[in-house]
Design a protein around this ligand. Structure first.
Ligand code: SF4
Length: 544
């Protein structure tokens, strides 16, 4: 029997602090301060973690001094990375630790200093009321919701409503991807209203009102400066798409599916020049550093179908993103990396661990990935499956996909469904990874379920209204069963009776029931009893 138990790997999974954890997780022990913070064990053949971190890419004139660094005389730190390198714990780091009690402020500082964690917190947005959070594999998995006005649907009130709706359903950050209407005014209103970090893709605004081919370095820097001054916390910059990569796309089934990537590819072909985001990357760094805007280095060549996953174009861009990560760190900027896309399930671990190696553990922010292409209308599900695996294998933030992906502009219900699918993915990964305390919520709900405490059950559910409505549709009373199996077939009720009988037997002959020692306190047994009378439709695990 003992040889059938799930093996422990590393230390006990600390995802449940109150009760300890069954040996059910294969997660490695947390290794804060090392390259493996809350990572899955590596399947043989996976790329090893990079041996370098942001510490290996200090700005010119900086020196390591013990655990921290010393900057040139007169230097004034601006970014969270610069403060961390100097050993300073900022108020934002303290806030992050308060929101995630498994981390100390000093651990947050050290993860930021290593480049494995970012705190996207534009100084102006902080002044407007931003509540800072961290994105990094030592912290809980975060989810992002995309929103924004389109040329056919726009309005400030509508955008604020979308923001509040996304936050209501658990979005940790929101990206404003507006491409129509008064995008500048929408952005300002969103930043004033949002306690969550706001990200953008600035090239969208840069080309509004001008021909793409007319985009130049002045327009790029002016557009970026405007958004940095407004308070945007992180920006997608597709600087990794290079002219030399474009021929690699020819063999693809679907080519380039990133809006920013396709726009820049067209610009490069029209102008016969290198990507201006790449050419002027150092100037972009200087500008973003001034306001501590975090880079989200975009995956302009991400695959748009399973057939194109992990191809030469995607990998060539990833290599460039590694180079840009090093350059941004030398400029004192915080960096995260964007990732695919559409990836077969078996390639997800490789993609996550390749990024960890090539980009030295910079937080990976992935879109899905979708693990199959043939379920349009259900891509919140196809992608949440991939997102769970991605987070388990190293991704730090998951960009949601809604049921309307590939088909149309998400509506309110699509946003809700996308957020919920991704909260499931993020939470499942956190439990599997052993993020301390993450399973306590599950255990509390299981206890309520075991006690047939319906009100507590609803209260703990992520969507209490839905849980209550489903229950009450068939059976409004709070009985010791529900309509799924009915009274006589209710396994939970029967189990409570069994455990009650075992308790009685234990009281009578304790030595005879050693196998139950260590079981948790039981709820009182159900006063009602009776044998099964008809075939159940199923319910809980009773259906097996
Ligand atoms: S075992 Fe069946 S009847 Fe009992 S609570 Fe679960 S689903 Fe409802």
């Amino acid at each position: 029997m003992d040889d059938l138990l799930l093996p422990r790997s590393g230390a006990a999974n600390p995802s449940s602090r109150a009760l300890g954890t069954n040996p059910g997780s294969f997660a490695r022990a947390p290794d804060l301060g090392g390259p493996l913070a809350f990572a899955s064990p590596d399947t043989p053949g996976m790329p090893a973690p990079s041996e370098r971190t942001a510490w290996d890419f200090l700005p010119p004139g900086w020196q390591r001094a013990g655990a921290f660094a010393v900057a040139p005389p007169g230097f004034v730190p601006v970014t969270q990375l610069e403060h961390a390198r100097l050993g300073i714990v900022t108020p934002e780091m303290r806030r992050v630790a308060a929101r995630e009690p498994h981390l100390t402020p000093e651990q947050v500082r050290d993860e930021v200093a290593a480049g494995r964690m970012v705190i996207p917190a534009n100084r102006r947005h902080l002044a407007l009321g931003l509540d800072p959070l961290a994105i990094g594999r030592a912290s809980r998995t975060k989810i992002n919701a995309n929103m924004g006005a389109s040329p056919v649907a726009s309005g400030t009130a509508a955008e604020i409503e979308k923001l509040e709706w996304a936050l209501r359903w658990g979005a940790d950050t929101v990206m404003d991807l507006s491409t129509g209407g008064d995008v500048d005014a929408y952005r300002e209103a969103i930043l004033r209203a949002s306690p969550a970090p706001i990200g953008t893709v600035p090239i969208y605004s840069m080309i509004l009102g001008r021909r793409l081919e007319d985009l130049d370095s002045d327009a790029i820097l002016a557009g970026l400066r405007r958004q940095a001054e407004q308070g945007v916390d992180y920006v997608t910059v597709h600087a990794g798409v290079r002219r030399a990569h474009l021929p690699l796309v020819a063999a693809r089934l679907i080519g380039i599916v990133s809006r920013g990537g396709s726009l820049l590819a067209r610009w490069m072909l029209a102008r016969g020049a290198e990507n201006p985001m790449y050419e002027h990357f150092d100037a972009l760094c200087d500008l973003l550093r001034e306001h501590d805007v975090t880079f989200s280095l975009g995956d302009g060549l991400r695959p748009g179908g399973l057939a194109d996953a992990t191809d030469r174009a995607q990998l060539a861009e990833l290599s460039t993103l590694g180079e840009l990560t090093e350059r941004a760190w030398r400029k004192g900027c915080q960096v995260m990396i964007e990732g695919p896309g559409h990836v077969p399930f078996d390639q997800i671990e490789y993609n996550m661990k390749l990024e960890r190696r090539r980009c030295h553990g910079a937080p990976f922010y992935v879109l899905g990935p979708l693990v199959t292409d043939v379920f349009p209308g259900y891509d919140h599900i196809t992608s949440a499956i991939g997102a769970t695996a991605a987070a388990y294998h190293g991704a730090a933030m998951l960009c949601y996909v809604t049921p309307r992906e590939h088909l149309g502009l998400p509506r309110r219900e699509d946003v809700k469904q996308g957020c919920i699918a991704y909260k499931i993915a993020a939470h499942a990964a956190d439990v599997a990874l052993g993020i301390p305390g993450s399973r306590d919520w599950d255990d509390a709900l299981t206890q309520a379920r075991a006690a047939l405490d319906w009100d507590r059950h609803f209260e703990l559910a992520f969507d209490p209204d839905l849980a209550r409505a489903y229950h009450d549709e068939d059976l409004e009373e709070r009985a010791d069963y529900c309509a799924m199996c009915g009274h006589d077939w209710c396994a939970v009720r029967l189990s409570r009776e069994v455990r009650g009988l075992q308790g009685d037997a234990a009281a009578a002959a304790p030595a005879a029931i050693g196998a139950t020692s260590g079981s948790r306190p039981l709820a009182p047994s159900c006063p009602r009893s009776g044998g099964p009378r008809g075939a159940p439709a199923g319910g809980h695990d009773a259906r097996r």
